[in-house]
Design a protein around this ligand. Structure first.
Ligand SMILES: *Cc1c(COP(=O)(O)O)cnc(C)c1O
Length: 403
């Protein structure tokens, strides 16, 4: 092959495929969000209030849950769900190592022990067939993560939880639009927690939502997320008059604000339209990489699952390349394409190695995925031209460095 300026990677001195850096996970913010934020700013009520309550109702309706309890982040929501489940020191919570550190960190926050169970190589989700072997008399809950937006097998997980009397707390940070056998994620387990972080499928910059069908749990969460004071205490400066309040327990400052909910209300209205756009980008990537032996594309969705299409993760085949994953990411960056890694398995993070003695080799599937995975930009903000740039950059790099 002759090396021209078009085929020479920028990292080796060639021309980048584009001149402007493509930010990984840039959100699509519409004029409606901007107007709503301005309206909130002018209203005199920017903290937790009527817009957040409306957002909770509309979100719960979308995921077909009875209650939505808004919180400052998915992390805060997971933490509160553990507290509301009565989980504390001496308890164990089963989760996946292939997740963001927050999933395990919150288990540490309540003084419990995260017990990791390896993932399925295809779905990248916690492998239900391995869960029962990890259950001990101290196990209290299972925290599955719907990796990249692909729903876990919630029939298998709910069945195990029921048989062992465990609470299920779903980390649905990637999975607002997902469903398992026609059941929306958010409507199935005692607690499901969503993230509205800047890079997620919908965003309030920072934010999250807990959904539950349990009236008492919803009530407790509403108290816990706002200082442990009675549930309408946020009205204490409103026109409805001073509401007396008292702390019934030492709660947290974990509320969302109306400023953030202004974004959420309109992000939610466009959630399905944005998924349609990301599905188009997804298909373009599948077609663009189909003939590249150095790249494994995501496994197709199974008939039982509605995939929320949060992350398009490719797996590099190291034996087919002369560069490693970090060099590949650096080469993409030189082409002005941002990318991500989801995830470095949590058991290999410094804290978890030190605290529990975890070592490489403990969870081989998660480690193999964690060492080979690269997430390509998939935001609804991307144009078809942006997606073609990503494809061109990936093709150029893997072709040049093919072994
Ligand atoms: C982003 C993310 C979180 C944390 O969400 P925040 O809203 O930032 O707290 C938790 N779990 C997973 C799997 C995530 O990707």
């Amino acid at each position: 092959m002759t090396v021209t300026r078009e085929t020479l990677p920028a990292v080796a001195g060639g021309q980048p495929v584009r001149s402007q850096f493509l930010v990984f996970g840039a959100p699509l913010i519409g004029e409606e969000e901007i107007q709503e934020v301005v309206d909130t700013l002018r209203s005199g009520w920017i903290g937790f209030g009527p817009k957040s309550l409306r957002f909770e109702e509309e979100f719960a309706r979308y995921v077909r849950a009875k209650h939505g309890v808004s919180v400052g982040s998915c992390t805060a929501g997971l933490h509160l769900s553990l507290i509301a489940s009565g989980i504390g020191p001496g308890d164990e919570v089963i989760t996946t190592p292939l997740t963001f550190a927050a999933t395990a960190n919150v288990i540490e926050h309540v003084g419990a022990r995260p017990v990791f169970v390896d993932v399925d190589r295809e779905t990248q989700n916690i492998d239900p067939a391995r869960i029962e072997a990890a259950i001990t008399p101290r196990t209290r809950a299972i925290m599955p993560v719907h990796m990249a937006g692909r729903p876990c097998d919630m029939d298998a997980i709910s069945d195990i939880a029921d048989r062992h009397g465990l609470t299920v707390i779903e980390d649905a940070a990637h999975a607002v639009e997902a469903a398992w056998r026609g059941k929306k994620i958010g409507s199935i387990s005692k607690f499901t927690v969503f993230s509205f972080y800047a890079t997620k499928n919908m965003t309030t910059a920072e934010g999250g939502m807990i959904t539950t069908n349990d009236d008492a749990a919803a009530e407790r969460l509403r108290i816990l997320r706002l200082h442990g004071i009675s549930k309408d205490a946020w009205k204490r400066y409103s026109a409805s008059g001073f509401t007396p309040y008292e702390a019934v327990e030492p709660g947290y400052k974990y509320n969302l604000t109306d400023l953030q909910s202004s974004l959420g209300l309109h992000q939610l209205r466009r959630i399905e339209a944005n998924l349609t756009i990301r599905r188009r980008h997804w298909r373009a990537y599948d077609a663009g990489f189909a003939d590249l032996p150095a790249i494994e594309t995501p496994a197709p969705a199974r008939p039982e699952e509605r995939h929320a299409g949060h992350l398009y993760t490719i797996l590099l085949r190291p034996e087919r390349l002369t560069i490693d994953r970090e060099q590949f990411i650096e080469a993409l960056r030189a082409e002005n394409i941002g990318s991500g890694i989801h995830f470095t398995p949590v058991h290999l993070h410094a804290y978890y190695r030190k605290r529990y003695g975890y070592r490489p080799g403990d969870f081989p599937n998660a480690e193999e995925i964690g060492s080979r995975t690269v997430s390509l930009p998939l935001s609804a903000k991307l144009t078809d031209e942006d997606v073609q740039d990503v494809i061109a950059a990936v093709r150029k790099v893997v072709t040049h460095y093919a072994r």
